[in-house]
Design a protein. Structure first.
Length: 104
C-alpha cells in the first residue's frame, strides 16, 4: 500500500460507518411476533387476607376504645385507662402496618 491510498481507505471506512440506513420492517412483522408468543394465562388476583384481617382488627380495636372511653379516667392507676392506651398503641402499630409501603 502506498501512503496515497491510506487516506482514501480511511475516508471510505469513515463514509461507510457514517452511512445511516433506515431500518426495514416487513409488513405483518408485529402480527407474526404476537402469534408466535404463547397464550397468556389469566391473571388471578391475589387474596389479601392479611390486609382484610388487619382492617377488621382495627375496627374491633376502635370499638373497644369507644366502649372503654366513658369508663376511663386519665390516671395511670386506672385499669380501663391503661387498657385504652394499650388499644391505642396497637391501633397505631396496626395502622402503620396497613399503610407502610411493602413490595409484593
Amino acid at each position: 500500500m502506498t501512503n496515497n491510498s491510506q487516506p482514501d481507505f480511511e475516508a471510505a471506512i469513515t463514509q461507510a460507518l457514517e452511512l445511516r440506513r433506515e431500518p426495514v420492517i416487513p409488513a405483518g412483522f408485529a402480527t407474526r411476533v404476537m402469534q408466535s408468543l404463547p397464550a397468556q394465562k389469566p391473571v388471578i388476583p391475589q387474596l389479601q387476607v392479611g390486609r382484610t384481617i388487619g382492617i377488621v382488627a382495627a375496627a374491633i380495636l376502635m370499638a373497644g376504645m369507644f366502649a372503654l372511653a366513658p369508663h376511663a379516667t386519665p390516671n395511670f392507676t386506672s385499669l380501663t385507662f391503661d387498657v385504652e392506651l394499650l388499644l391505642l398503641a396497637e391501633l397505631g402499630a396496626l395502622g402503620y402496618w396497613l399503610t407502610a409501603h411493602r413490595e409484593v
